[in-house]
Design a protein around this ligand. Structure first.
Ligand code: G1P
Length: 297
């Protein structure tokens, strides 16, 4: 008999980083609230989780968390004003955000690393599989990236990380995997079985150029693994190190997802995402394109 694979119902959003790469913009607000065109980064991730069928959102916040909470909360004054002014389209947008999700918050008092942030969600996640979404990684895809990982999880019942090939000089910025391709639904170019993982290796020590991108589906044993490891790269408790620990007892898969990923945690990546998302918008695309064409190089 095939064993029952429990459903993923919760997604954890670490949002307690210091956002130093975006200072001074992130001095008094979390980087997750920086807008791409007119929507904060974290909302792109939350929408991806919802469109992937994951309804419960757990946000691990740090200092300056209030703007995130306010964003996903009902704004009575704003709704009232928009209603009075007859701005129904804006009202619908504002209402959709607070209607969208079941959200809970947990505090990470110190930014001690991604693994540490995920461990903070343990009580709220409980003993079930869950997703982790890093809002810095904005992924534009026909099938949401998280949904692609969930399809693999629902088949194998094991943890899955999103993978993308990166140029060699970017290897030290990522968790890098050693992995062998696995045949899946008749193809063998997207799914991998992970053999090892290294957080931010020097290029000479990297096992490949396959980098972990900020989408994970994790089985709950990961919490014990996080508790068992010490600080790793940068003196932080790394999720990648916990995955390597988990690998001793459980299989882990990697999926080279379909879609375009933007590194919105980096200034250039953020600008690229802004421009490309604006160009795709029905209300802005045409005039923005005209404007860009006319800029003096
Ligand atoms: C984190 C992870 C890293 C992963 C990356 C993806 O690093 O630790 O393994 O490759 O996200 O964006 P960070 O970007 O937070 O330094």
């Amino acid at each position: 008999m095939k064993k029952m694979i429990p459903k993923v119902r919760k997604a954890v959003f670490p949002a307690a980083g210091l956002g130093t790469r975006f200072l001074p913009a992130t001095k008094a607000q979390p980087k997750e609230m920086l807008p791409l065109v007119d929507k904060p980064l974290i909302q792109y991730g939350v929408e991806e989780a919802i469109h992937s069928g994951v309804q419960n959102i757990l946000i691990v916040t740090g200092r300056n968390k209030s703007s995130i909470e306010d964003h996903f909360d009902v704004s009575f004054e704003l709704e009232h004003t928009l209603e009075q002014k007859g701005k129904d389209d804006l009202l619908a947008i504002v209402r959709a955000i607070s209607d969208m999700i079941n959200v809970a918050y947990v505090r990470q008092k110190e930014a001690l690393g991604l693994g540490h942030a995920v461990l903070r969600a343990r009580e709220l996640v409980g003993n079930e599989p869950f997703a982790v979404v890093l809002s810095d990684d904005v992924i534009d895809a026909e099938t949401p990236c998280l949904r692609q990982l969930l399809d693999v999880y629902e088949f194998y019942g094991a943890s899955v990380v999103a993978l993308m090939e990166v140029p060699e000089e970017q290897v030290p910025a990522y968790g890098i995997v050693d992995a062998e391709p696995v045949e899946h639904h008749g193809t063998s170019d997207r799914l991998y079985r992970i053999r090892n993982l290294v957080e931010k290796p020097e290029p000479s020590k990297a096992p490949s150029r396959l980098a972990i991108i900020g989408r994970y589906v994790l089985t709950p044993e990961i919490f014990e693994s996080i508790e068992s490891i010490g600080p790793g790269a940068g003196g932080e408790i790394q999720l990648t190190d916990a995955l390597r620990h988990l690998l001793r007892n459980r299989p882990i898969y990697g999926y080279r997802f379909e879609g375009k990923r933007y590194d919105a945690g980096d200034k250039l990546g953020f600008l690229k995402a802004t421009v490309e998302f604006a160009l795709k918008r029905d209300d802005l695309g045409a005039s923005f394109r005209e404007y860009l064409k006319g800029i003096d190089p």
